[in-house]
Design a protein around this ligand. Structure first.
Ligand SMILES: Cc1cc2nc3c(=O)[nH]c(=O)nc-3n(C[C@H](O)[C@H](O)[C@H](O)COP(=O)(O)O)c2cc1C
Length: 202
């Protein structure tokens, strides 16, 4: 493994379950792959802008002979996409907010799901171009979504798996930090995730 890309989203600093799990996973992966480069993109410390019209004009341009004027955000999109394509392992550590992902993570996704770079239409289907990578999801939630009545309300894991599959990443493992806001479960949420990380084949 040459490069690990870790996307961290929670603004809750040391109180964050997803960040605690990300720290533990980073240590676990680096112990197994000491020569790997670890890139940590902290979207709370450095939030990404939403896609704008001028940038869309650049990244969706269909005529290479007639390119739209480059924008700063298109340059950032190129950089984020290159970073993803150069990584063998992608880690997404994110809170569940209102049953889905925080909008800053959606902004990252909108900047890296790029026609011609991470996917392309092929016949009547689509071809993911970010193949050969592993992804590990670390979703933290107040409730429990791995089982029980709230399971259908989880739009974090199914969405992330859908969009990663679309760009060719189908080897996806999920370690949940769940029950963070439920007395009696909260105390075990992070230790349970740590135990799952330690038993992860790296
Ligand atoms: C704005 C907001 C929305 C939230 N929405 C949900 C939710 O829909 N379902 C849930 O189980 N927990 C929800 N929570 C609780 C968080 O998922 C929980 O605090 C989790 O630990 C956040 O991840 P973090 O610890 O990495 O910050 C929400 C918290 C906030 C601040």
């Amino acid at each position: 493994m040459k490069q690990i890309l870790m996307i961290e989203v929670s603004p809750r600093g040391p109180a964050s379950g997803s960040r605690a799990a990300a720290d533990r996973l980073a240590a676990h992966l680096i112990a197994a792959h000491p020569a790997a480069r670890l890139i940590r993109r902290d979207l709370a410390a450095s939030p990404l802008p939403h896609l704008d019209g001028a940038t869309l004009g650049v990244i969706a341009a269909r005529d290479p002979a007639n390119p739209a004027p480059m924008t700063e955000l298109a340059r950032l999109s190129d950089e984020l996409t290159d970073e993803l394509l150069a990584s063998d392992c992608l880690v997404i550590a994110t809170p569940m907010w209102n049953f889905g992902i925080p909008s800053v993570l959606k902004a990252w996704i909108d900047l890296v799901v790029r026609p011609g770079l991470t996917f392309q239409y092929a016949g009547e289907g689509v071809l993911g171009l970010a193949q050969g990578k592993q992804a590990i999801l670390l979703p933290a939630s107040g409730g429990v979504f791995s089982e029980g009545p709230w399971r259908p309300w989880d739009f974090v894991e199914p969405y992330l798996k859908q969009v990663l599959g679309f760009i060719g990443i189908s080897d996806v493992e999920t370690i949940r930090i769940e029950g963070m806001n439920i007395p009696g479960l909260a105390e075990q949420a992070v230790p349970n995730a740590f135990a799952a990380i330690e038993s992860l084949a790296a």
